[in-house]
Design a protein around this ligand. Structure first.
Ligand code: ZN
Length: 385
């Protein structure tokens, strides 16, 4: 099989958009990509996480350093369907733009990575190094796919990582971490005229939120690149009847972490506050149900430079290298790597399109990224020789 044509490249994205992998069902994307790669003599392996969720790994190249290229297969929900002008799961081309859920975040990036492997293999341009595709499940919530890849050792021998999240207008090499923590409070229902017969679940929780907020003032360090950590209580629920003491209440926090104030520090902090506000009557339980560490690299490496060179060649723009507030799978893939590690987030689509109604990617840019990746990956590896 030879190289893929522009029509075939667009059709692959259309096929991917049609697969409803709304934070589940990534296994269908795996099967599709496995078949596509197999048709071009590239074996790929599906690694199941559950009956419906899986990662996919494929590799080309014989020897030398490993360049990992990664994209997630899940998308976020379409949201309010009535607000869309196009069916979110039928890719629609209008005025050079391709509309549909995941066209920007990030099925175009994922497709561009997979297709570039096929083009590189067909052209025989990979003379040194290996290219390993790590297609992940579950990026949009807790990152279970990336966590599994890391635990199974797929990152151990990797020398550089590219994640093709929507980032056509900037090259990202560092980002904050993120955490979601839920604290639930168990009380005892009673009529509000006889509160001594029950326990109000809201009471200790109010104290908890207040104390966490006050103490957060002491998290004073700021990262030179990523800025300060951020903490917000974003959900507070309790009670369902005005004349009854609530037997259940819960609150949730989202925290954006930096290396100086990392995820573990916040977990210990929350545990400390929990002990502080607990009384003989209260029952508070804390659940850190999402935790993805910050990614801090210096960006001072040839991967960033080469991405800028090829952005100039194929996108005709001088792209800046920056840090971003958003989280990617790099959070879990790079946990053992140091700040010198070459990492970039770079791919078709604008980050502003992610998770939006009428999500779209520019068709010409998507096609350009296939060419860009196809030349950039072997060139980067060759330069390491
Ligand atoms: Zn994404």
């Amino acid at each position: 099989m030879g190289k893929l044509t522009d029509t075939e490249i667009v059709n692959i994205l259309s096929d991917l958009v049609r697969i409803k992998s709304v934070n589940d069902n990534e296994i269908e994307v795996c099967h599709y990509l496995q078949d596509l790669l197999a048709a071009h003599n590239i074996p790929a392996q599906i690694i199941k996480l559950s009956e419906t969720r899986a990662n996919l790994v494929a590799e080309i190249g014989e020897h030398g350093p490993v360049l990992a290229i990664s994209g997630h297969m899940d998308v976020v929900s379409e949201g309010d369907i009535s607000k869309w002008h196009y069916d979110p799961f039928v890719m629609t081309e209008v005025d050079g733009k391709l509309y549909g859920r995941g066209t920007a975040d990030m099925k175009s990036g994922l497709a561009a990575l997979v297709i570039s492997m096929i083009q590189i293999q067909a052209a025989g341009t990979l003379n040194y190094g290996k290219i390993r595709l790590l297609a992940t499940a579950g990026e949009e919530i807790v990152g279970e796919g990336a966590k599994a890849f890391h635990q199974q050792g797929y990152m151990d021998d990797v020398s550089a990582l590219i994640i093709a999240e929507p980032s056509e207008d900037r090259i990202i090499y560092a980002h904050k971490g993120s955490m979601d923590i839920r604290v639930t409070s168990k009380g005892k229902a009673a009529h509000s005229s006889m509160p001594h017969l029950g326990f109000n679940a809201i009471k200790p929780l109010i104290k908890f939120v207040y104390t966490v907020d006050e103490g957060f003032k002491d998290f004073t360090q700021t990262n030179s690149l990523l800025g300060p950590p951020i903490l917000n209580a974003t959900i507070f629920k309790g009670g369902n009847q005005v004349n009854s003491l609530p037997e259940h209440a819960e609150t949730e926090f989202n925290i954006r972490t930096i290396p100086e104030h990392d995820n573990n520090q916040f977990i210990s902090y929350f545990k400390r506050i929990l002990q502080q506000v607990e009384s003989t009557e209260s029952q508070l339980v804390m659940d850190t149900y999402m935790s993805r560490p910050p990614v801090f690299t210096t960006g001072d490496n040839s991967l960033v430079q080469i991405a800028q060179t090829f952005a100039m060649k194929y996108l005709n723009t001088k792209l800046e290298a920056q840090a971003s507030p958003g989280v990617t799978d790099a959070a879990d893939l790079l946990v053992d790597k140091d700040e010198q590690f070459p990492f970039i987030m770079f791919g078709p689509g604008n980050v502003s399109q992610a998770h939006q109604v009428d999500e779209h990617v520019d068709k010409a840019i998507y096609l350009s990224f296939v060419k860009l990746f196809s030349e950039m990956f072997p060139t980067y590896l060759q330069n390491l020789k």
